[in-house]
Design a protein around this ligand. Structure first.
Ligand code: ZN
Length: 268
């Protein structure tokens, strides 16, 4: 497994990305039903998604949008975990269907419900860093960005013995300053290529509408695992069974992307 190095991308990684079409499948997909309910800011960003991701990759190659578009692998990602209400239900479904997933851990939520995140880890799911207070990183300055990431890293490490090296920015918000800081911490950034917009869904149908047909090989699917995400919980079983019927195979993000989400060697 390749080490996730942010300081300059090695030639082999560039070749790897080209050969396997990693990050080349832009064209953000989304649920059209929930997609119509998001903020104006989200709506304005959507047509620019491809251009923004291309632009970001120039200065920061370790930003990941999707996996190999040639195979049949896809990955589920859940942001804002853990909580006591929805995360355990999501874990139950993933366990029943033997589906691995990625949980982007919110530092403060992890402190509050540490046992739930420990369950995420023990059941074999991957954990990435979603910062401590879930602030918009372009607005808080370098030292606070570092504090947000490192504080969460320490909480996850204490719980699991694993040091994260992959993060997802709250609200997907990025800037040059954020990239510089994240690179300085030797982290990669995990974005997504399919947005369920489940955070605005009030019924599971809003998430499911058109989803099975829209998902492509290599897709990184964005969902949420926190309070009041009943529509996500209710939609999950159908998402899994329908996409499997279409021939998709759910894999850990490290397998989809060929990178690590934890530091290889850790010295506490
Ligand atoms: Zn979030």
């Amino acid at each position: 497994m390749k080490k996730n190095k942010s300081k300059g991308v090695p030639q082999e990684t560039a070749e790897y990305m080209g050969k396997n079409m990693i990050n080349t499948m832009l064209d953000l997909r989304y649920s059209h039903v929930t997609g119509g309910k998001v903020s104006q800011e989200e709506l304005d960003m959507r047509p620019n998604w491809d251009r923004l991701m291309e632009e970001y990759r120039v200065g920061f190659p370790n930003i990941y949008v999707n996996g190999d578009s040639a195979g049949n692998k896809i990955s589920l990602t859940f942001d804002d975990a853990p909580d006591r209400q929805c995360t355990p239900l999501i874990l139950d479904i993933l366990k029943e269907y033997q589906v691995p997933a990625v949980f982007a851990a919110h530092g403060r939520h992890t402190e509050e419900d540490a046992d739930i995140l420990l369950r995420v880890h023990k059941e074999g799911h991957e954990i990435i860093n979603h910062t401590y207070d879930h602030l918009s990183l372009p607005q808080i300055g370098q030292s606070r960005i570092k504090e947000e990431i490192l504080r969460t890293e320490a909480i996850i490490f204490e719980l699991t013995g694993k040091r994260t090296c992959l993060m997802r920015p709250p609200y997907g918000k990025l800037s040059r300053e954020v990239f510089a800081t994240v690179a300085d911490l030797d982290y990669g950034i995990l974005m997504w290529s399919y947005n369920t917009y489940d955070f605005v869904a009030t019924q599971k149908e809003e998430i499911l509408e058109g989803m099975t047909e829209a998902v492509r090989p290599g897709e990184i699917i964005l969902m949420h695992s926190y309070e009041n995400k009943e529509p996500t919980v209710e939609a999950l079983e159908t998402i899994i069974t329908d996409l499997r019927t279409r021939g998709f195979h759910f894999v850990p993000i490290t397998e989809l992307l060929g990178i690590d989400c934890y530091r290889v060697s850790v010295h506490a």
